[in-house]
Design a protein around this ligand. Structure first.
Ligand SMILES: *[C@@H]1O[C@H](CO)[C@@H](O)[C@H](O)[C@H]1NC(C)=O
Length: 298
């Protein structure tokens, strides 16, 4: 315990001394050094975030939890706190603001995703119903649904006669994700569905799709997607960026599953975890940008 406390103070002290020394030598603070020393992207934004979180100054620490609409004011305030002259460091303001937009944008994105997840599928909601029927039409263009509640849903991998019971913990987010993939990558989605209906290697397309929504959601929630979004999006990431990541997951999971040739769907847990680890590994790479490599429609 004592050793732990000692180590904590030691690293704290060392970091403080090093920062002070560098400030004396370069005449610039840590944030300025990061912003001038790194190209835009995950390395720069992650370092800025770390520096802010570990700052002694409350204004700086609070900056990691700020709302997107106050980013500009916050930049000005921090520049005053740290005595950074705009004329002396022309790139700082722009780069720093970009980092803050990415940091606060990530939190905003999570809030929007969380709202969709909390919204339960509701058969009385016309919009929800339309999305569901559209999903069917995109995946099964040559088959007409005989009724709203029918065994036919099984052919796109729902469990019961009424898909509404299959969304569970993922709510409307699960449906929006499935629909986004079918709408923007229709050919790829139909290909994945045909694999899912494979006589030996098959799996439940929609159920697995909803399960991968949970994977994407929890990666977002834990912050594991930060590097990916900091590299992919210059400003604030939007909902469609999350949906794009979901498309990557579904497509890659299907490839993975077909290559691994599991004995049966009973092994789903095992292969899901194996795939999950693989994705988490990629997400730790500084240059990570996970994009689906197939042409979108149009
Ligand atoms: C997804 O699958 C895993 C492993 O089988 C399971 O623990 C989890 O609850 C599933 N999530 C959803 C939303 O179905």
């Amino acid at each position: 315990m004592l050793a732990y406390i000692w180590q904590y103070f030691y690293s704290f002290f060392l970091r403080f001394c090093l920062k002070w020394l560098l400030r004396q030598l370069t005449g610039r603070c840590e944030l300025q050094r990061i912003c001038s020393g790194c190209a835009p992207g995950s390395v720069r934004t992650t370092r800025v975030e770390y520096s802010l979180k570990n700052s002694k100054n409350k204004v700086l620490r609070d900056a990691v939890n700020m709302k997107v609409d106050v980013v500009k004011d916050c930049v000005a305030q921090i520049m005053r706190e740290k005595n950074i002259m705009e004329q002396k460091d022309l790139v700082f303001k722009v780069s720093f603001q970009q980092c803050l937009l990415q940091i606060s944008g990530y939190n905003t994105l999570f809030a929007s995703v969380e709202n969709l997840r909390k919204e339960a599928f509701d058969s009385e909601n016309q919009q929800h119903e339309e999305m569901l029927l559209k999903l069917w039409d995109l995946l099964m263009p040559s088959v007409t649904l005989e009724s709203r509640v029918t065994k036919q849903w099984g052919s796109i991998g729902f469990q019961g006669d009424d898909p509404k019971t299959d969304f569970r913990g993922m709510g409307v987010l699960g449906l929006v994700n499935l629909l986004f993939f079918s709408e923007h990558y229709t050919d790829a989605a139909r290909r994945v569905l045909s694999h899912a209906n494979h006589p030996k290697l098959g799996y439940s397309y929609a159920i697995v799709g909803i399960n991968l929504t949970e994977m994407a959601y929890s990666l977002l929630r834990t912050g594991a997607l930060k590097r990916h979004f900091y590299n992919m999006v210059t400003g604030e990431p939007q909902l469609h960026h999350f949906h794009q990541f979901y498309c990557y997951l579904v497509y890659e999971f299907d490839q993975f599953w077909m290559e691994e040739e599991p004995d049966s769907i009973m092994d789903f847990n095992h292969y899901r975890e194996k795939f999950h680890e693989k994705v988490k590994g990629h997400l730790l790479e500084p240059e990570v940008a996970l994009v689906l490599n197939v042409d979108p429609n149009n």
